[in-house]
Design a protein around this ligand. Structure first.
Ligand code: HEC
Ligand code: HEC
Ligand code: HEC
Ligand code: HEC
Ligand code: HEC
Ligand code: HEC
Ligand code: HEC
Ligand code: HEC
Length: 266
């Protein structure tokens, strides 16, 4: 009982207090406002002292940055300059697979060399470890990008024993699709489609191996292609799993649900 009375009194006091304060700005808001003013002034003060002089002259950046960047020493000369003295190598490379790889990408910054070739000769990356920076097998590289498995591709010889870095065509045309489509090859090799040759599903012109992008192989285009082996009525070995073409995944091509190089159902 005693306890209840106390509570009642306390809440009554609180309401009275509140009534008295209606219409006034509470003290804590005033303090907040002052704090806010101090922070804003501090911001403008600091901004005044710390903004570089030329900031905002041309745009939202420090105009003097242009001069300080311009005053840095030049390091790269550009392939055009190399051509003046190494026109033979330039001409070789521009027609090769490495046409888009810049000279200084492999030889390092070489402007000092172009000014006085006897003063500084750029290094040439002759060791085996260099080329794999771009060519070691890596699933994130685009499909068709020439890649090798470093442990099995002609160890331990340096790459330049067989490939001219300025015209890196392989000494002979790759025989296997796997030379360039390593990831698809490896995926298929552990799938139910392992026994199928690539050429069972793709007609690849011989020239595809020399100029792959100019002569693309064919790809299956319709459901009936897969049906050649998998339809109920197909004339194919008995152990191949069959489906009813008329009600299995209709409205889609098969490879919207089954990756053709790894068709297992999960
Ligand atoms: C003014 C002419 C000149 C220009 C321009 C020039 N070079 Fe050279 N370069 C030479 C000469 C001369 C040598 C031979 C130097 C020596 O062996 O002492 C040479 C040698 C080289 C070597 C040989 C390295 C080695 O280990 O055998 C490389 C690499 C090279 N240059 C790359 C370049 C690159 C890259 C460029 C463009 C950025 C370039 N050069 C531009 C004249 C030039
Ligand atoms: C893919 C990397 C790569 C690119 C791109 C490249 N080089 Fe080279 N370069 C090499 C390697 C590796 C050697 C060493 C070759 C050797 O010793 O047989 C070399 C050697 C040289 C040499 C020494 C002479 C010779 O023929 O062995 C010169 C000069 C040269 N390169 C200039 C150039 C120029 C100029 C360019 C651009 C047009 C260029 N390189 C592009 C990797 C490259
Ligand atoms: C900066 C990356 C880079 C470096 C370093 C590089 N390459 Fe390449 N390489 C490429 C590119 C890009 C292609 C062209 C790929 C294409 O056409 O799809 C290529 C193509 C090739 C090819 C394929 C030719 C074909 O038949 O498809 C060979 C072989 C090759 N390079 C060997 C070498 C060797 C040897 C070295 C070291 C001296 C080297 N590469 C260093 C980027 C590089
Ligand atoms: C003993 C000679 C030899 C050496 C050393 C060698 N290769 Fe090859 N390379 C070949 C041959 C031959 C092929 C043709 C395809 C095949 O048979 O594998 C080839 C193919 C390639 C391909 C694929 C070409 C394509 O069209 O996709 C690349 C990339 C490649 N080599 C890069 C390298 C790199 C990088 C090194 C050094 C780590 C190297 N090679 C060392 C002989 C060699
Ligand atoms: C010298 C390297 C090389 C060899 C060897 C090679 N390919 Fe290709 N292939 C490529 C390149 C590069 C592409 C283009 C990739 C891209 O555009 O993304 C390609 C694309 C393809 C495509 C896709 C075509 C398309 O329209 O998208 C198929 C399918 C294909 N290759 C099948 C094969 C088959 C099958 C073999 C073996 C008989 C083979 N390739 C051998 C380099 C090669
Ligand atoms: C069972 C038939 C079949 C076999 C076997 C097969 N492919 Fe394919 N492949 C296809 C189909 C279907 C597509 C089209 C997939 C798409 O369009 O999404 C395709 C697409 C491709 C592509 C285009 C890029 C991609 O990944 O979609 C390449 C490259 C390719 N195949 C290479 C190969 C190579 C190399 C082999 C042998 C190692 C091979 N294929 C074996 C059916 C097959
Ligand atoms: C040349 C005949 C042939 C063609 C064409 C063919 N397959 Fe197959 N397929 C097979 C064989 C063989 C198996 C494996 C049977 C086994 O494992 O016993 C198989 C297995 C499968 C499986 C079953 C995997 C599992 O989990 O049992 C699927 C799904 C499949 N293929 C889809 C396709 C698709 C999609 C295509 C068209 C791109 C296609 N197949 C084209 C011969 C073929
Ligand atoms: C809409 C998605 C889809 C499409 C499109 C599709 N499938 Fe399937 N497929 C499945 C699923 C899910 C399963 C597993 C369940 C089942 O057996 O129905 C399967 C199972 C299979 C099997 C294994 C049957 C077994 O008995 O093990 C084969 C073979 C097959 N599909 C081939 C094909 C072929 C060939 C095509 C094109 C004509 C195709 N699929 C189109 C989703 C699809």
């Amino acid at each position: 009982m005693k306890y209840k009375g106390k509570l009642f009194r306390a809440s009554k006091e609180a309401t009275g207090d509140l009534n008295a304060k209606v219409g006034k700005i509470p003290q804590q808001l005033k303090s907040l406002f002052v704090l806010f003013l101090v922070l804003i002034s501090l911001f403008f003060l600091l901004r005044h002292f710390f903004t570089p002089d030329t900031f905002g002259k041309y745009g939202h950046y420090r105009a003097a940055a242009i001069d300080s960047i311009m005053s840095q020493p030049l390091r790269y000369a550009g392939a055009q300059l190399c051509m003046e003295c190494h026109d033979d190598i330039y001409a070789l490379k521009i027609e090769s697979y490495h046409r888009d790889v810049s000279c200084e990408g492999c030889h390092g910054p070489a402007i000092a060399h172009t000014e006085d070739p006897s003063e500084f000769v750029p290094p040439a990356p002759r060791e085996r470890g260099y080329c794999p920076l771009c060519h070691e097998y890596n699933p994130s590289r685009p499909t068709g990008f020439p890649q090798i498995d470093l442990t099995s591709h002609n160890p331990p010889k340096p790459c330049i024993d067989c490939h001219d870095p300025h015209d890196p065509k392989p000494p002979h045309t790759p025989e296997q699709c796997s030379a360039c489509h390593a990831e698809i090859y490896r995926t298929k090799a552990v799938s139910h489609h392992a026994p199928l040759l690539c050429t069972r599903c793709h007609e690849a012109p011989e020239a595809h191996k020399d100029q792959p992008r100019m002569h693309l192989p064919s790809k299956p285009t319709s459901r009936t292609f897969c049906g050649e082996c998998h339809a109920m009525e197909a004339d194919s070995p008995k152990d191949i799993p069959r489906i009813m073409m008329s009600d299995h995944g209709i409205g889609y091509v098969c490879w919207q649900c089954h990756y053709p190089h790894y068709p297992e159902v999960r």
